[in-house]
Design a protein around this ligand. Structure first.
Ligand SMILES: Nc1ncnc2c1ncn2[C@@H]1O[C@H](COP(=O)(O)OP(=O)(O)OP(=O)(O)O)[C@@H](O)[C@H]1O
Ligand SMILES: [Mg+2]
Length: 551
């Protein structure tokens, strides 16, 4: 009896399933008929152009949209990340809320090339346009244009990161027009030779595409490179002749610096003023910096182009990923954000050991490679590292007046937090002595940053001319073999260096650093050869490690 009941139940289930399937078929056929009747499904496949990013390099992304008859579905393929996948809901809502139709058929969207991960919500706008065209709601030729933009549910176009490198690539690929979020229009406008249109919302864009002249071209004037503006100046710093001179040499040759001194001696104050004496940026350097900051989403519409060298001062609690770059979207870290500028590491011993060691390779190579499961990307990081530290935990070891309260062991333990290899890479070591009362209160006018910068730029020009056939342009980048060619010592300078080498027990690396610093000092002196006075000055910037670290 039970078995019979079971069979009857099964039979009923099959009949119900078949019935449901039939109803569904009829419904889908009806909706197809309705779509045809309304003329909605008339064009099936269309392509819209956009761009993607791997590191600093942009590549073209073609958004292929296919709207066909069938069960209402929405497929997004071509390695989209979560943000790209969610575009379905944003596009659907924006279309509906702006009075356009979201087609009822089967929608397949492919982001080509299909083997590179697509990241971020910037494909919302091209996807929407593709759907509108494929469903016959607009009839515009997209061949010569590129589109970027995240959509709000109400159809507003929101800002995106990485616009500048993508627009540069769009121009290289021969596109005539780029449509970017209004917020990013000034940033994109920096690129000459391509029409940039800043889009506020999709109403406006559709009207424009249909021929109304409702969006004007964004443009940018590249003025302001000759007189960079800073909030601080070297004339604020009283006295500190030695430290100022050391920073001038560092700026002239692109050397890394370590400032060591007691609390309140003025280390941070001096370091913050270093960008004010660095050579002014060229337009191409400014573009390089702005590209990196654009990828990090840190470009404001008021300052679309970065015209001053970056000064990045990460806190000592920073992680290795924060410093070198990374995260799920592989964003540039502080090292790359400081590209063509200064990375200031205040309280150097307090940084975690692995964070400090991460610095070693990019300081030498001027680029950093970040490898993640999704991709391996390279970011440039041509930086000057300026580090500041106290000589011991209480800060007064070696102070002329105040007594240090730390034991010898504690001082050594503290100093050992800065490893030998890292110390070696910090070319110039300067002891910042506390400023005297007389100097602090004197009304004497100190030299302005502008005057110091003039000398730095002159020395840099000498280096540009000397290294015009090389990829580098500053003394700090000389290799040992190039040093033989470009660092010619006079006889007396050679004797002085030999004596110092024997007496101080210098390492080969320390020898190289001294010669490079001496080369910069000679350039500041407009001297072709390195003289003994240049060597003597250079040696004093490498002698402090012996006082504290006893190397
Ligand atoms: N040479 C100077 N001329 C004018 N003001 C100075 C000078 N040196 C220090 N000061 C004043 O002292 C303050 C503290 O200096 P700063 O923060 O640079 O010291 P620091 O060496 O970095 O100390 P810490 O080791 O505690 O970080 C400055 O903000 C500035 O007001
Ligand atoms: Mg400080």
């Amino acid at each position: 009896m039970f078995k019979i009941c079971l069979h009857v139940q099964l039979f009923c289930d099959i009949i119900t399933f078949k019935l449901n399937y039939k109803i569904l078929q009829i419904f889908s056929f009806y909706s197809l008929f309705e779509d045809f009747a309304a003329g909605v499904v008339d064009k099936m496949l269309c392509k819209v152009n956009s761009m993607g990013l791997v590191g600093l390099s942009a590549y073209m992304v073609t958004i292929e949209v296919d709207v066909s008859v069938g069960m209402p579905t929405f497929e997004l393929v071509g390695l989209p990340d979560a943000a790209v996948k969610e575009s379905r809901e944003r596009v659907r809502a924006s279309l509906r809320n702006c009075g356009y139709d979201f087609p009822t058929g089967r929608i397949v969207i492919n982001l080509a090339p299909a083997d590179v991960k697509k990241i971020g919500p910037l494909y919302d706008l091209p996807i929407l346009l593709g759907i509108m065209k494929a469903s016959g709601q607009i009839n515009v030729d997209f061949k010569k244009s590129c589109f970027f933009g995240e959509l709000s549910l109400g159809g507003d176009v929101r800002k995106c990161s990485g616009i500048l490198p993508m627009v540069i690539e769009a121009k290289k690929l021969g596109f005539d027009n780029v449509f970017v979020p209004k917020y990013n229009a000034c940033e994109a406008g920096v690129v000459k030779g391509i029409n940039v249109f800043g889009v506020k919302n999709i109403y406006e864009l559709i009207r424009f595409l249909k021929g109304e002249n409702c969006i004007s071209k964004a443009c940018f004037s590249d003025q302001g490179f000759d007189s960079p503006e800073f909030d601080v100046d070297f004339s604020d710093v009283k006295g500190q002749k030695l430290a100022k001179r050391a920073l001038e040499i560092a700026a002239a040759g692109g050397h890394n610096v370590l400032l060591i001194g007691s609390p309140g001696a003025g280390k941070s104050m001096l370091a913050k003023r270093l960008p004010t004496i660095l050579p002014r940026l060229s337009f191409s350097e400014a573009i390089e910096i702005t590209k990196i900051h654009s990828i990090a989403g840190q470009i404001s519409s008021e300052k679309p182009l970065i015209k001053t060298r970056p000064f990045r001062a990460p806190h000592h609690t920073i992680s290795t990923a924060g410093l070198s770059g990374g995260g799920p979207y592989v964003r540039p870290g502080e090292i790359s954000m400081a590209h063509n500028g200064v990375l200031f590491l205040d309280e150097l011993p307090e940084f975690k050991r692995d964070v400090k060691e991460v610095l070693r390779q990019p300081i030498e190579d001027e680029e950093i490679t970040i490898t993640r499961a999704a991709a391996s990307v390279k970011y440039p990081c041509s930086i000057m590292v300026v580090a500041a530290m106290n000589p011991c935990p209480c800060g007064y070891f070696g102070h002329p007046v105040r007594q240090c309260t730390c034991s010898r062991f504690k001082v050594q333990q503290y100093l050992a937090k800065v490893s030998g290899p890292l110390l070696d890479r910090l070319d110039i070591h300067v002891e910042v002595a506390p400023v005297e009362f007389g100097q602090l209160t004197s009304g004497q006018k100190e030299e302005s940053s502008q005057k110091i910068r003039a000398r730095v730029e002159k020395a840099r020009q000498i280096q540009y001319n000397r290294y015009k056939n090389h990829k580098f342009s500053s003394n700090s980048r000389l290799s040992s073999s190039q040093m033989k060619k470009y660092c010619i010592l006079t006889d007396s300078a050679r004797v002085m260096l030999k004596n110092a080498f024997d007496k101080m027990g210098l390492s080969a690396r320390a020898y190289d650093r001294i010669v490079k610093i001496a080369r910069t000092i000679a350039d500041l002196d407009s001297s072709d050869n390195i003289q003994s006075k240049h060597i003597a000055e250079a040696i004093q910037y490498r002698s402090m490690d012996r006082k504290y670290w006893k190397h």
